[in-house]
Design a protein around this ligand. Structure first.
Ligand code: I3P
Length: 106
């Protein structure tokens, strides 16, 4: 699964608030158990992630609807095994469900 989502980095480690907390629109690619964030599809083709970030491993990650986040709609939360937490906003509920299903299967 791949496509654009808005992303906010909430935590960059256990209980460590991320320093860059603004929402950015990123091309998200779920492939082989990893989630990559890119500027666009070209970025993915060249393998250069947004900000040179490492791919996010999904094997110990959990995701769920961010029901505690009220400022935007269709937002879900991804928590990784190393304590990173991202809020991700889909364009509608169907797209959000597609992402949650794909993440749960990874
Ligand atoms: C952040 C930006 C985010 C906001 C975040 C701010 O500022 O306004 O939209 O999160 O608030 O720190 P900046 O763009 O200057 O980095 P919300 O949209 O969720 O309010 P936060 O630090 O309280 O998470």
């Amino acid at each position: 699964l791949e496509g654009f989502l808005f992303r906010k980095h909430e935590l960059e480690g256990p209980n460590k608030k991320a320093s860059n907390r603004s929402w950015v629109n990123l091309y998200c690619v779920l492939s082989r158990g990893d989630l990559g964030f890119y500027k666009d599809a070209k970025g993915q083709a060249s393998g250069s992630t947004h900000g040179g970030e490492p791919l996010v491993p999904l094997h110990q990650a959990t995701s769920q609807v961010a029901s505690d986040y009220k400022k935007k709609k269709n937002v879900f939360k991804l928590k990784t095994g190393d304590g990173n937490e991202f809020l991700l906003q889909a364009k509608d509920e169907e797209e959000m469900k597609n992402w949650l299903q794909a993440l749960a299967a990874s």
